[in-house]
Design a protein around this ligand. Sequence first.
Ligand code: ZN
Length: 273
Amino acid sequence: MPGPEKMSLNTATVKQQWDLKQCIEGAARHGIGAVSPWRDKLHEYGAEEARRMLDANGVAVSGLCRGGWYTGEGYLSEAVIDDNKRAVDEAATIGAACLVMVVGGLSPDSKDLVRARSLVSEGLAKTLDYARNAGVRIAIEPLHPMYAADRACFNTLGQALDLCDQLGEGIGVALDVYHCWWDPELESQIRRAGKDRLYAFHVCDWLNPTKDLLEDRGMMGDGVIDIPRLRGLVEAEGFDGFNEVEIFSAKDWWVRDPDEVLSILVERGRSAT
Ligand code: ZN
C-alpha cells in the first residue's frame, strides 16, 4: 500500500502520450518518486540531459529498460555487445537502480532453445564484466512463457536465478507480477532471491480475458493478480524499492489523458498494490 513516493512511472505506461521530459515532470507533479525510462525515450534527450531533468525535478530512476536481445542475430555479434555496453553507460549516467534485461527469444529461423539460452548466458557474462566496472547492476527480467519465442527464453524466476548463480556478483532479477504471477514456485523463488538479488518490482494487472498478448495489460486492481500478496512476499525479504508501474495498453491507458492515468495510478498504488 505505498504512497506515490514509493511508486515509479515506467515510461511505457504513457508511451503514446508523453516524451521523457513530460514523464519526468508528470511524475514530479503527481508526487511519484521515480521513473523508469525506456531507451528510445531516453534517446529523445540523451542521458546527460535526462540526468539534469531528473535532478531538477527530484525524481529517482528505478531502472533503465532495456538491454539484452542477445539472440537476435543467431550469434553474439559485436553490435549486440556494444549496444549493451552503451545501455550500461546510460544507466550509470542517469543513476538507474539497475539495467533491466529482456534477454531475447529464439534466434531467427531456429528452434534451438538450448542454444538461445547459452547465447544469453554468454552475452550476459560479457555485459556483466563491463557493468561491474561501471557500478551498474544488471537485472534479468524473466518474461511470461508466451514470449519465449520472440522476446525472452528465460521465463521463470527460478530459471533467472539459476543464471544469476552461474554469473555471480552484480546480477539479480526484475520481478514483474504480470510475467510471474502464475508460477507455482514463485513464493519459494522469491525467498531464494532474497533482498540481495531482488533489484526491481514491476506491477500492472492480468486482465481476464486478455485481448492482446502484448498490449492489453491492466491497471492494478482491474485484473486477477493478488499484487498486495506478492508485494508482501518481496518486502518480507527486505525489498524496499519502488512499485514500478508498467502498463502496455494500446486501446485503453495509451489513449487516455496522461494526467488522468497518473491520478488513477497513484490511487491504485494505495488501494491495489
Ligand atoms: Zn516489466
